[in-house]
Design a protein around this ligand. Structure first.
Ligand code: ATP
Ligand code: MG
Length: 180
């Protein structure tokens, strides 16, 4: 399984449809400060179901929609599609190629699709949950985040490992239950 392509339409600074194709192996995105490199990474988290505006470096969810720049007016919707090569069947779906699309409108409405069929966020989360990618997994390390991992004290390091292993949510539930 590997990521094949990412298409951004009206997402953050990408007003026009822009497609990035990924080959197996390592992909580097280079460019001057402010050119949109981190926005590409935000688009990846977003299409996989990220729900936190802060994780997307914004104040509110609508901040992912192109807000107007360089004489171009703001857009009413943002859309990101992620195509995953599933020829090894790592994703529990009977397609060799899977495209996940998320669309959001300025009035707050949001929609998800898997291979063109409208679905729920839960379906996207379940599709990705055992794949090693997805919102819950620690596969996206943001700018400056590496430092905090490397400099974490033992308890902080443990929290990162627990999160990656998927233990953290159970621990939080346990703590909540004990408080009652
Ligand atoms: P650096 O090298 O400094 O990390 P970068 O290439 O990662 O830079 P980004 O943070 O991806 O840059 O892009 C920031 C740019 O995206 C800013 O110019 C900002 O104005 C623009 N931007 C962010 N959100 C929107 C939006 N909703 N509409 C239009 N432009 C946006
Ligand atoms: Mg950046």
């Amino acid at each position: 399984m590997h990521l094949k392509a990412l298409t951004l339409r009206g997402f953050k600074s990408f007003a026009s449809a822009t497609t990035l194709r990924f080959e197996p192996g390592i992909t580097c995105v280079v460019g001057p400060n402010g050119s949109g490199k981190s926005n590409v990474v935000d688009a990846l988290s977003w299409v996989m179901g990220e729900q936190g505006a802060k994780s997307l470096r914004g104040g509110k969810m609508e901040d992912v929609i192109f807000a107007g720049a360089g004489g171009r007016p703001p857009l009413g919707r943002a859309e990101v599609s992620l195509t995953i090569d599933n020829s090894d069947g790592a994703l529990p779906i009977d397609y060799a190629e899977v495209t996940i699309t998320r669309t959001m409108f300025r009035n707050g409405g949001s929609e998800y699709q898997i291979n063109g069929d409208t679905c729920r966020l839960l379906d996207v989360q379940e599709l990705l949950s055992d794949s090693g990618i997805g919102r819950e997994m620690h596969v996206i390390v943001g700018q400056g985040r590496l430092d905090s991992v490397l400099h974490a004290d033992p308890m902080g390091r443990r929290a990162f490992i627990e999160e990656a292993a998927g233990v953290l949510k159970h621990r939080k539930r346990k703590e909540k239950a004990l408080r009652k």
